[in-house]
Design a protein around this ligand. Structure first.
Ligand SMILES: C[S@@+](CC[C@H](N)C(=O)[O-])C[C@H]1O[C@@H](n2cnc3c(N)ncnc32)[C@H](O)[C@@H]1O
Length: 278
């Protein structure tokens, strides 16, 4: 699948239409769009959604209820959220533990970046936490986690997943922009900036300099930033080089070699481990 398709600002328009009407009508419309629809992203999102429904065991009522609650929030978001929808009406991030497919495999990212090992016992901030899948997947390793996410519908999803997984004491999710995160109680040991230093939806308002300076200030001495670039189609090498120059003002940067990320939105990204400069 090409990234061209992910640059359209309107994948949620057909999705709103899709889920209006009875269950059977919306099922018919979904299959109709899968065969004849224009947007590859929407078609993939619909296929993932139907696959997750098929995989649900009929006697797992709690998980079924969770899926239904998530669906209600997603549909509300399709109606009300005016900005780019990274999941094209379904999920950007997977969470296989809960039978949730997504455009990007959280499980492969966690394993390729060795996040369980790197984050062991740490206080972690995840900037632009989306559905929260990264923090959910490392919850047994970390000391505590805060996800901040500008899209309140994604935060609503994180909150109900958190209570389903009974990890609300360890993980917190706030519906605010990174720009508005001020005076957070204690500094963090590790901050994750996974595809978030600039965002496609136009919701990142600060300069790169203030973004990385703020991350530096939010970290303990000796703390680390784990950085993921955008794919080269969106952030070409010269632009990534400029970003890395800004990071180097505030951090000692080590590029890491990451294997095994071959998904259409995962390929060819760059990863840096950045140690806070004092
Ligand atoms: C490309 S997605 C990356 C999501 C996640 N970090 C990951 O890698 O799976 C960008 C996310 O950042 C959120 N976002 C955009 N601007 C933001 C801001 N200023 N503050 C916090 N979150 C933001 C979007 O809603 C979206 O969920």
């Amino acid at each position: 699948m090409s990234l061209e398709n992910s640059s359209t600002k309107t994948p949620n328009i057909p999705m709103i239409w899709m889920f209006r009407g009875s269950f059977f009508l919306s099922l018919f419309k979904s299959y109709f769009y899968i065969f004849f629809g224009k947007s590859n992203l929407v078609r993939l999102a619909l296929r993932m959604r139907l696959k997750d429904k098929r995989r649900l065991k009929s006697n797992d009522y709690n998980l079924k209820n969770l899926h239904e609650s998530l669906e209600v929030i997603r549909n509300k978001s399709l109606e009300e959220y005016p900005h780019y929808d990274y999941g094209a009406g379904y999920n950007y991030q997977s969470l296989e533990e809960l039978n949730l497919c997504g455009f990007r495999s959280t499980e492969k990212r966690i394993s390729a970046l060795k996040l369980n090992e790197r984050l062991m016992g740490k206080r972690v901030l995840d900037i632009g936490s989306n559905m929260g899948s990264i923090l959910f997947s490392v919850r047994d390793s970390i000391k505590s986690g805060l996800g901040i996410e500008i899209n309140k519908f994604l935060v609503e999803q994180s909150e109900i997943i958190s209570s389903y997984l009974k990890c609300s004491e360890k993980l917190d999710f706030l519906s605010i922009s990174f720009e508005n995160l001020n005076n957070y109680q204690d500094p963090f040991d590790i901050i994750l900036s996974l595809a978030n230093h600039s965002t496609f939806d136009g919701n990142t308002k600060q300069s790169l300099d203030s973004y990385f300076r703020k991350i530096n200030e939010l970290l303990v001495d000796g703390g680390e930033l784990i950085f993921e670039s955008h794919p080269p189609e969106i952030e070409p090498p010269d632009s990534l080089e400029k970003t890395s120059e800004v990071i180097k003002k505030y951090f000692s940067v080590t590029k890491i070699d990451v294997q095994g990320l071959n998904g259409f939105l995962d390929k060819n990204r760059s990863y840096f481990i950045c140690k806070k400069k004092i």
